[in-house]
Write a protein that binds this ligand. Structure first.
Ligand code: MTE
Length: 309
């Protein structure tokens, strides 16, 4: 290999800065024209989000690199492949944004996103296991959902919590296709929603949530398959009956309401016994409840987890 030293390079071979700037603006112009799919630009730096590290929620595994966390996503509102959300959500506008918390509660409240961001937030490192067989380890920033539920005071008849993602096909191009019955709806039993592990999530890696990861606010439920962790939510409704979720509507034999990570119960089309941690070569064994059994298994005592999958 021939390596040239700087002294070997003639001034005429160095790009004139004016020409360089011209090329840059040409490339930026292309990007503005929608050519970003051809020339993906690096994700722009996000706003820092201060929080206190909660040492109780750590793991021995190294966090998945930021680059993978933010470019390998499932977010059908921005395309069905893993790469599209990072590109198609780049200009998604998340202000103004409110989350309405209502239904069977004594104090229905609409929270502005900037008020949520001012609450005391903590960082927790969680493993997230996708139903498709891959997993990541992500430092999330947020607050226990239970803190918000406490404020609205669920009534005695509230048994479940329903999460609804924004419905706006103008801003979410994936909603112009009928791949799912929009809006994306997910749900938890009330005790699951109140469980200390359930995180109302506003950031990751110490920054506000990147758009492709569910900005400006999502839930993260680490002992369940990733699809239970609904993104870009606008409504949290307390209800009496189990909500009909988007995935149950799409394929009820494949996606149950509980969707607890369970290596012993296969997806009808593939095994759930093993998973590939993004960034690793060899697969590893999937753990019951994604390794959070000690904290959550008691909530399912006596339930047949094959039936309630
Ligand atoms: N939320 C909405 N609104 N739309 C989606 O398509 N995909 C789910 C979940 N939340 C999804 C969603 C799935 S299948 C997974 S695995 C996780 O988001 C992925 O979250 P991440 O991209 O931040 O890793």
């Amino acid at each position: 290999m021939l390596i040239r030293r700087p002294s070997d390079i003639r001034p005429s071979e160095i790009t004139d800065p004016a020409l360089y700037r011209e090329r840059r603006s040409f490339i930026t112009g292309l990007a503005a024209l929608g050519a970003t799919a051809l020339f993906p630009l690096p994700a722009s730096a996000n706003t820092k989000l201060p929080s206190v590290k909660n040492g109780a929620y750590r793991t021995n595994s190294a966090p998945t690199p930021y680059q993978d966390v933010t470019t390998y996503n499932n977010f059908y509102e921005f395309g069905t492949d893993k790469e599209s959300p990072a590109i198609l959500a780049r200009n998604f506008v998340t202000r103004p944004w409110t989350v309405m918390v209502d239904g069977l509660v004594k104090r229905p409240t609409t929270f502005g996103i900037d008020d949520l961001l001012k609450l005391p937030l903590e960082e927790r490192i969680y493993r997230l296991r996708c139903v498709e067989g891959w997993s990541m380890v992500i430092p999330w920033t947020g607050l226990p959902l239970s803190a918000i539920l406490k404020r609205v005071e669920p009534t005695g008849s509230a048994k479940f919590v329903e999460f609804t993602t924004l419905y706006d096909p103008k801003r979410m191009p994936g909603q112009r296709s009928s791949v799912l019955d929009w809006p994306y709806v997910e749900g938890l039993r009330l005790d699951e929603a109140q469980h200390p592990l359930t995180l109302l999530t506003l950031g990751l890696y110490g920054e506000v949530l990147p758009n492709q990861n569910g900005a400006p606010v999502r839930v993260v439920v680490p002992w369940k398959y990733g699809f239970k962790s609904a993104k870009s939510i606008v409504r949290i409704r307390l209800v009496e009956k189990a909500p009909l979720t988007a995935w149950m509507r799409a394929a009820p034999n494949e996606y149950g309401f509980f969707s607890n990570v369970n290596p012993a119960v296969d997806h009808p089309r593939w095994s759930q016994a093993r998973e590939r941690r993004i960034g690793e070569f060899f697969k590893r064994a999937t753990l019951p409840f994604n390794g959070y059994g000690e904290q959550v298994a008691a909530m399912y005592a006596g339930m047949d987890l094959r039936k309630y999958f």
